[in-house]
Design a protein around this ligand. Sequence first.
Ligand code: HEM
Ligand SMILES: *[C@@H]1O[C@H](CO)[C@@H](O)[C@H](O)[C@H]1NC(C)=O
Ligand SMILES: *[C@@H]1O[C@H](CO)[C@@H](O)[C@H](O)[C@H]1NC(C)=O
Ligand SMILES: *[C@@H]1O[C@H](CO)[C@@H](O)[C@H](O)[C@H]1NC(C)=O
Ligand SMILES: *[C@@H]1O[C@H](CO)[C@@H](O)[C@H](O)[C@H]1NC(C)=O
Ligand SMILES: CC(=O)N[C@H]1CO[C@H](CO)[C@@H](O)[C@@H]1O
Length: 323
Amino acid sequence: MATAKFSVLLLLLAFLICMADGQGLKVGFYKKTCPKVETIVKKTMDKVMAVAPSLGGPLLRMHFHDCFVRGCDGSILLNSTQNSQAEKDSFPNLSLRGYQIIDRAKSAVEKACPGVVSCADIVALVARDATVALKGPSWKVETGRRDGRVSISTEALTNLPSPFSNITTLIQGWQQKGLSRKDLVVLSGGHTIGTSHCGAFTNRLYNFTGKGDTDPSLDSNYIVNLKKKCKPNDQTTLVQMDPGSFKTFDKNYYTLVAKRRGLFQSDSALLNDSKTRIYVKHQAEHFKSSFFKDFGVSMVKMGRVGVLTGSAGEIRKVCSRIN
Ligand code: HEM
Ligand SMILES: *[C@@H]1O[C@H](CO)[C@@H](O)[C@H](O)[C@H]1NC(C)=O
Ligand SMILES: *[C@@H]1O[C@H](CO)[C@@H](O)[C@H](O)[C@H]1NC(C)=O
Ligand SMILES: *[C@@H]1O[C@H](CO)[C@@H](O)[C@H](O)[C@H]1NC(C)=O
Ligand SMILES: *[C@@H]1O[C@H](CO)[C@@H](O)[C@H](O)[C@H]1NC(C)=O
Ligand SMILES: CC(=O)N[C@H]1CO[C@H](CO)[C@@H](O)[C@@H]1O
């Protein structure tokens, strides 16, 4: 009798701990099994970022793309096979790069503790370290994710937000992932670093509604600038999203959006909802900004989306293929 009561109590306790951790994730999950993992990943990233800081953008973006499709389960890293086309080879992957950096970090980690650390966790750690290397905020990354065994190209199209989305579609898409309007406006701030292909926004410059017009929600002086960089139908030229400081993680994204200079319709759309608009204006206008702290909080939240934990999934040996 007493033992039964005790086991119920234990079960309840285990359940509560699980809930508080965000479905089994926790900071320092590998403390006993791979105590050096974060140091090893950081060392790899420090080396990479010292010579190729432009990889910071795609490596931050990679965690986002992983989490929005089948949860943060490393499915973005899987190669296509003969029978199935993977997320990697879908249209929105365009310009995602840096897969070899994940592989490099994974190899280094495998040397120290083989078969212990998931590729999904490495992606999450790399996103943080990339942000820090570009002078952005740091946050404590929860670990304990397991790797998925499935990656389907078409799921990237249906789950990833499009740069042509309006605010209603964006809010709905984020809500479906359990993320709020605040998370949306905060994490869009990731666009303070990196570059975009012209194709993601030229519709706003040349033929917005099919009448040879421009997007009225984009600053007309800015349009003149952008037209110099992107000719109609140019899909390949790269443009800095936060011109002048695209290799520095700062709060300037909000200054741009507030001035109607957000590059994508999805950036400008943040001015079309009262809550996201207030956040944009606040970050733009106040010297003392909460953005850095908010970014860490929302990244941790995004890092919990749809994760596999416990004995679900696997720990991949090589990040680009299932075991
Ligand atoms: C709100 C929904 C979002 C949309 C519609 C969106 C869309 C895009 C698009 C179209 C690009 C340009 C890709 C290219 O043409 O090369 C881009 C780049 C980027 N995005 Fe987002 N994004 C969103 C949210 C996020 C989030 C949540 C993050 C991370 C926290 C993020 C981080 C980045 C970064 C760092 C780049 C630059 C990549 C590079 O330098 O290659 N984005 N995004
Ligand atoms: C996955 O594809 C990349 C790029 O094509 C290649 O370098 C890598 O070796 C592939 N991985 C596996 C396990 O075949
Ligand atoms: C937002 O976009 C969706 C999908 O394209 C569309 O159905 C909806 O009418 C748009 N909403 C507004 C307010 O423009
Ligand atoms: C603008 O779009 C309309 C409708 O899609 C098309 O008929 C027209 O040729 C386009 N104009 C230019 C300059 O591309
Ligand atoms: C914002 O809303 C206005 C009016 O409803 C609309 O004309 C405009 O296209 C919207 N802008 C964006 C970027 O969604
Ligand atoms: C980096 C990468 O894997 N890019 C692929 C994205 O998807 C297209 C197909 O839509 C491939 O051609 C690219 O190689």
